[in-house]
Design a protein around this ligand. Sequence first.
Ligand SMILES: [Zn+2]
Length: 230
Amino acid sequence: MHGLFDDFISLFYPKICHACGNSLYRNEEVICTFCRYHLPKTNFHLDQDNMLAKVFWGRVRLENTIAMYFFTKAGKVQHLLHQLKYKNKPEIGVFLGTLYGLYLKKHEPITSINMVIPVPLHPKKQRKRGYNQSEQFAIGLAQTMNIPVESRLLIRTHASETQTRKSRFSRWQNVSEIFAVTNPSAISGKHILLVDDVITTGATIEACAAKLYETENVKVSAASIGCTHN
Ligand SMILES: [Zn+2]
């Protein structure tokens, strides 16, 4: 009965794939099976010295640096991320997190992680958007990996964004003042998976990781949905 009702509804409001825009079959959710198999996976979790890890070399130490997909301007992954961030579709984040968690669960270095911490939004921005897109991804990941999401341990104290025109050093100085750890004893001795929706220059992850490392005996890894193909 429920299925019939769904079919009836989808006659008028067909559910569509958030990556390619084609309509979804009844057994599909968020992205279609074709996209699920053909979106450009990075497979960075299979290579510790992958190209994204190299972005952080000489800047901040990360145990594992991974991303789910490569994105290109105007590509499907870009479209997916845009929907997640600006079109009130938090379920995309949870869905992708769950999917990625299933891949990662098979890998030894990744399973040593104790908690997931999303890159925080400024409270004002989060109120306006209604959710933090990175936190949604973190929720799906953590659920699948059977570990907690700790969204309140790392907070954003300033609204200012990374300023792309500044040099790397002054930009880092700028962003390192933006984040704060609320309860250092809760992260001490932990391996933290820091999660963002996208990693491009790496400045945000670098600043967050540097903040986390101010507490002793912390390990940090980083994961995102999308990253640029250099
Ligand atoms: Zn699709």
